[in-house]
Write a protein that binds this ligand. Sequence first.
Ligand code: GSH
Length: 333
Amino acid sequence: MFLPGKQLFNYFPKIYITNILKMSTAKSGEFVRRASAFRNHITADGSSGFKAEPNRYHLYVSLACPWAHRTLIMRKLKGLEDVISYTVVDWLIGPKGWNFTDKKPKCTLDNLNNAQYMREIYQKVEPGYSGAVTVPCLWDKKTSTIVNNESSEIIRMFNSSFQELCKTDKQRKLDFYPENLREEIEELNSWIYPYINNGVYRSGFATTQEAYDTAVRALFVHLDKVEEILSRKRYLTGNTLTEADIRLFTTLVRFDTVYVGHFKCNKKRIMDYPNIWGYVRDIYQMEGIAETVDQEHIQKHYQASHLKINPLGIVAIGPDVDFNSPHSRKDRT
Ligand SMILES: N[C@@H](CCC(=O)N[C@@H](CS)C(=O)NCC(=O)O)C(=O)O
């Protein structure tokens, strides 16, 4: 069955495609991501109104989502598993957006707010809220509000505001945004975010050939740039992992299994870049990382939820990617 243009809209209930359409507003067919609405900060001393305290904050995440994945990785690396709890949404975005279920592996009901849909949580905080209902979403159990729903800010808070609460001394000392590398990290983020992290979405959600061509070409120009950097360094800034690597990793680990096919990012696979491919396995095999990666949620979410670009919602079988295969990057500086 082929359902072009209007027919597609008639065949599938409109609601299924509103999430994507809401984000894709530019006339040129270019995908535009909406800004996150909640931007408060947790601080160690509580001067912001949100003090870093054990068992006070809760994350709502999707295991499929690369932005939410960043927060789970930072939580793990900093040893905050007993400090920050989390709930995993259904991997399928249905008619009313993210929902909760306990009928699918690793998905959980919302035992905190007893919501059926994620949007209820946003609307509880802001009645009539009509902005983007996204994950990750950092919830404050003490004041019953959303602290922040912007992953780049949540990972910075986890990195530096919870120092007294990290599980081990070693984890407390880990700094993924160190003073001496900040300028370099910001420079990396400034092109990795638009051209790679968001670039895969800009390719996949483009609604004109021109918008797709522009996005996908820029994506591969910048992957080439990453490949060159990683031919010289173990991680993006040298021999230590930083937030720039965490932010890039969550896109790379989804690339061959989903973005190549579903988002038409198929000029090359990550496996075709020797240095990037080694780097992905290097990070994947670090302690605690593999358990944050769920390819079932990743593959099913994208392909079954984005019916505008995959109208029948059929989830592709592969490919088989062995993230545990040996890499030889340990001796790099
Ligand atoms: N800027 C946000 C983006 C988060 C985001 O877009 N999350 C997606 C999942 S990958 C989402 O929740 N989308 C919900 C929807 O499209 O309705 C961040 O980095 O935290």
